[in-house]
Design a binder for this molecule. Structure first.
Ligand code: AMP
Ligand code: ZN
Length: 465
C-alpha cells in the first residue's frame, strides 16, 4: 500500500515502510486513569484505532496502548476519595474500557500498566546513569539533556531558547535547567517503590520508554498521541530511549492528533466545559460519537458544537437506511466485500484522511440509493460495509440501529402520556404539557396536534442510546 503518513519529526508526509517487512509495531500513550475520559481523550483512541485497522488490512500489527496508573493526579484523587490509588485506577480504567468499546475502539493487543513495570524502568534508568546520560541528585535521578545532541529536534526547540523561556524556579540540583526527572523521591504517605536511589517513583516519561522497550523492542514503527504530548513527553521519551539503546533511532513515525475544542473554546475543567464520553453516550449512540470524531482530519483542530452529534446521527441514519433497503431487496444481510473500496482506501492512505473517506462512503450510498438493480445494490452495499469496517462504522444490523432508537416506551405508555398531556392542557397546565412533550421527544417520539387530536410517530435518530 502506498501509505503516506505525516511524521511530526520530519514535519511532512512520508511513505510508510515498516521496519520489518510485513509487520508493524504501534504504541499510543493511553489515559492517566483518575477520572472519566472526556471527548478530547477519546480522539487519539479513535484516530489510532482507524490507523491500526488500516494497517491490519495488509500487515501483521502489534498495537500497545498503556495505562498510566501512577501520577500525582491519581494520588490526589485517592486522597480525596479515601481509597487506594489501585482502586482509583481500576475504577477509571474499567470506565475507560467501557467508553472506548462504545465508540467501537478495538482493545489494543497489549495494555501495559506503569505500576507493573517499575523494575524495567529502574533498569533503564540505571543504564542511562551508567552511560553518563543521567545523574542522581538529592534522591532524584535526572536525565542530562546536554548528553543527547538531538535533544529538542522532535519538537523543534533549541536548548538555549528553553533556558531563556524557563519561567519556573529551577531546582538547585539540576545541572541544566531543562534536565528532567527519571525518578523522584516519594513522601512516606505517597505510593513509592524501593530503588537504588531510595524509595520513590518514576517520572512519567520513563514509563512509556520502558514499556515500549519491554513489549515492542528498541525500535518501533509508529508512536502516537495528542499534540500536547510532543513536548515534553515525547521529546523526553525519545531522548531516554535513544540514549538507552546506544543511539539507535527509536521511532520511525511520530504521529499527533490535533486538539478538540468546544464551541470554539478550549475544553478545560476550570471553564466547566468538559464533555465526558460517558454523558455523551446518554445523548447519542457511540457510533455517532465516533463518526463525529472522524469528521475532521486528525491533525486539524476539531470544534465540538451543540449540533455535532445530531448531524453525525443523521449521517448514520442515511447510511443505515440505504443498507436496510438493499438488505431487504436481497432478502438477507449483505456481507462486507473482501476488499475496501478504492476511493475509501486512497483517502485513508493519504495520511488518514477520514473526512475524505467518509465523503467517499457517501458517494457509494448515493449510488446505492439510485440503483434498482439487485446485483448492483449487493455490490454497493458490500463495498459500503467493507469501507465502514476499516473506519470502524456500520457494523450494526440496520434494523437494530433503528430499533434502538425506539427508546424504552411502548405504545401503551406513549398513548398514556399523550392523554396526560391533553388533560394538562385542558387544565391550562402548560408547563406540565410541555414537560410531557419534551419527554416524548427525548424518547424519539414526535407528536403533532391536529383537528383529529394528537398524532405521534417514532423518528429515526432521536432518543435513547
Ligand atoms: P491524558 O489522560 O490527559 O494523559 O490524555 C490522554 C490522551 O488524550 C493524550 O494523548 C492527550 O494528548 C489526549 N488529549 C487530551 N485532551 C485532548 C483534547 N482536548 N483534544 C485532543 N486530544 C486530547
Ligand atoms: Zn507516553
Amino acid at each position: 500500500m502506498n501509505l503516506q503518513l505525516f511524521d511530526t519529526s520530519a514535519g511532512e508526509k512520508r511513505l510508510f515502510e515498516p521496519l520489518v517487512p510485513g509487520k508493524a509495531t504501534v504504541y499510543v500513550c493511553g489515559p492517566t486513569v483518575y477520572n472519566f475520559a472526556h471527548i478530547g481523550n477519546a480522539r487519539p483512541a479513535v484516530v489510532f484505532d482507524v490507523l491500526v485497522r488500516l494497517l491490519r488490512t495488509y500487515l501483521d500489527v502489534t498495537y500497545a496502548r498503556n495505562i498510566t496508573d501512577v501520577d500525582d493526579k491519581i494520588n490526589k484523587a485517592a486522597k480525596e476519595q479515601c481509597c487506594s490509588i489501585g482502586e482509583i485506577s481500576a475504577r477509571y480504567r474499567e470506565a475507560y474500557h467501557e467508553d472506548m468499546a462504545a465508540l467501537g475502539v478495538l482493545p489494543p493487543d497489549i495494555e501495559p500498566h506503569a505500576t507493573e513495570h517499575i523494575e524495567e524502568m529502574c533498569d533503564m534508568i540505571a543504564r542511562l546513569v551508567e552511560d553518563g546520560h543521567a545523574y542522581a541528585a538529592e534522591g532524584h535521578v535526572l536525565f542530562s539533556v546536554e548528553s543527547f545532541d538531538e535533544y529538542g529536534s522532535l519538537s523543534g526547540r533549541d536548548l538555549r531558547e528553553m533556558i531563556a523561556g524557563a519561567r519556573v524556579e529551577i531546582a538547585p540540583y539540576k545541572r541544566h535547567p531543562a534536565d528532567f526527572v527519571l525518578w523522584k523521591p516519594a513522601a512516606d504517605d505517597e505510593p513509592g517503590w524501593e530503588s537504588p536511589w531510595g524509595r520513590g517513583r518514576p517520572g512519567w516519561h520513563i514509563e512509556c520508554s520502558a514499556m515500549i522497550e519491554k513489549h515492542l523492542g528498541d525500535q518501533i514503527d509508529i508512536h502516537g498521541g495528542g499534540q500536547d504530548l510532543v513536548f515534553p513527553h515525547h521529546e523526553n521519551e525519545r531522548a531516554q530511549s535513544t540514549c538507552a539503546h546506544g543511539g539507535k533511532s527509536f521511532v520511525n513515525f511520530w504521529m499527533h492528533n490535533g486538539f478538540l475544542s468546544m464551541n470554539s473554546t478550549k475544553m478545560s475543567k476550570s471553564l466547566g466545559n468538559v464533555l465526558l464520553v460517558r454523558d455523551l453516550r446518554d445523548e447519542a449512540k457511540g457510533e455517532a460519537i465516533r463518526l463525529a470524531l472522524l469528521s475532521a482530519h486528525y491533525r486539524q483542530p476539531l470544534d465540538w458544537t451543540d449540533n455535532t452529534l445530531t448531524e453525525a446521527t443523521r449521517k448514520l441514519d442515511r447510511m443505515y437506511t440505504a443498507l436496510q433497503r438493499a438488505d431487504a431487496a436481497a432478502g438477507k444481510l449483505i456481507p462486507a466485500a473482501d476488499t475496501i473500496p478504492e476511493s475509501v482506501r486512497a483517502a485513508l492512505a493519504d495520511d488518514l484522511n477520514t473526512p475524505k473517506a467518509l465523503a467517499a462512503l457517501f458517494e457509494l450510498v448515493r449510488a446505492l440509493n439510485s440503483s434498482d438493480e439487485i446485483r448492483t445494490q449487493c455490490e454497493l452495499a458490500g463495498a459500503i460495509r467493507a469501507g465502514g469496517d476499516v473506519i470502524g462504522l456500520l457494523a450494526d444490523n440496520p434494523d437494530d440501529w433503528f430499533a434502538a432508537d425506539q427508546g424504552d416506551l411502548d405504545v401503551a405508555s406513549i398513548e398514556q402520556l399523550i392523554a396526560d398531556r391533553a388533560s394538562a392542557k385542558a387544565a391550562r397546565d402548560f408547563g406540565e404539557a410541555d414537560r410531557i412533550r419534551d419527554l416524548l421527544t427525548e424518547q424519539g417520539i414526535r407528536i403533532s396536534d391536529g383537528p383529529e387530536g394528537t398524532r405521534w410517530q417514532r423518528v429515526a435518530g432521536g432518543g435513547a442510546k
